[in-house]
Design a protein around this ligand. Structure first.
Ligand SMILES: Cc1cc2nc3c(=O)[nH]c(=O)nc-3n(C[C@H](O)[C@H](O)[C@H](O)COP(=O)(O)O)c2cc1C
Length: 307
């Protein structure tokens, strides 16, 4: 069983992954948020994120997003030059800015591109590939066009978020279709979607004993100890969870204080790390953190967390 911290743009960057791994993540795989081409080049911030020395000691997989064979080929080549031995292919992003340009979830039903993906996997046998998908863009059966192609090659896994892109990050998860993908995929399948508690992990493992792993995004941002708790076999009390979480966020604050200049830069970087933690820390402190306009107000908001 493998546990994967899902890539989340604006949250799971190198410092976040590093300090999460230090505190909680011995058993977790990490991904970069998607790397894309801008004017035919990699963006400097993406290169910095993947090449950061903060990645040392963690299992970090760069993820790329592409709309055609040309983008795919350039991205794989450039990421390989940066030293990658694994690459995750994003074929599931629902952001309209990406799908509108034919990337992410818009690739699920693109059979020509699926063939290019297969060629790319075959041509780069020094790289281990994984693929992250949704059921489709609008139609929950689009995956049927992609899966037979993916079955032609060996992938480390396919992670499946069982929604269509138009649902974004809400609405029903289609577990019936997930179980069909699990059955029909020749590659290992990783489950992704709405895992928030140890009981949610149990439920997925009970319902789908054949899954090869579990990928968690917002649930880990809200409760960074979730996988550690699960693996220890004992759920932590809210007090233990929040105490550890405060240490984690303090480490992030210290890091950004030493690398960024001025309250406003620091505050705009660290506040979003609390975005999904409303339930964990309580509405009042959560709102106060959101509203904090300087570090002093941020500290007093964090100090108001009752546990
Ligand atoms: C703000 C935001 C940014 C995301 N960025 C990425 C990304 O860069 N690459 C990716 O594959 N998925 C991205 N995702 C999707 C997550 O990886 C994950 O699939 C999704 O949140 C569902 O899992 P969860 O219910 O455990 O959060 C993003 C999700 C959110 C909410």
């Amino acid at each position: 069983m493998f546990y994967h911290f899902a890539p989340v743009q604006g949250h799971t960057d190198a410092p976040y992954r590093h300090f999460h791994a230090l505190g909680y993540g011995a058993e977790t795989d990490y991904y970069t948020p998607f790397i894309r081409l801008e004017h035919g080049q990699l963006r400097n911030r993406d290169i910095k994120d993947f090449s950061s020395e903060l990645n040392d000691g963690t299992h970090i997989v760069p993820q790329i997003i592409f709309r055609d064979k040309e983008e795919l080929t350039i991205l794989v080549k450039r990421i390989k030059e940066l030293g990658a031995s694994e690459i995750d292919l994003n074929m599931g992003c629902p952001f309209p800015l990406q799908t509108g340009h034919g990337r992410g979830a818009a690739t699920v039903a693109n059979e020509d591109l699926a063939k290019s993906v297969i060629d790319t996997v075959k041509e780069n046998c020094d790289i281990k590939f994984s693929v992250k998908i949704r059921l489709g863009l609008n139609d929950p059966d689009e995956w049927k066009k992609l899966l037979p192609h993916l079955n032609e090659v060996e992938l480390t896994h396919i992670s499946v978020h069982p929604r269509v892109a138009k649902q974004q990050y809400g609405g029903d998860l289609d577990l019936i279709r997930f179980s069909r993908i699990l059955k029909e995929s020749k590659n290992p399948v990783v489950y992704n979607g709405e895992i928030h508690t140890p009981q949610d992990i149990d439920r997925v493992l009970n319902d789908f004993p054949d899954v090869a792993g579990i990928m968690i995004g917002r649930g880990l941002l809200a409760r960074p100890s979730l996988v550690k708790e699960y693996l220890s076999g004992k759920e932590w009390s809210q007090e233990e969870r929040v105490e550890e979480m405060l240490k984690f966020h303090r480490a992030l604050l210290d890091y950004y204080t030493s690398t960024l200049c001025g309250d406003s830069q620091i505050i705009s970087k660290i506040k979003p790390f609390w975005e999904y933690a409303e339930e964990e820390i309580g509405r009042k402190p959560w709102k106060a953190i959101k509203k904090a306009t300087n570090i002093a107000k941020y500290h007093s908001a964090v100090a108001s967390i009752d546990f």
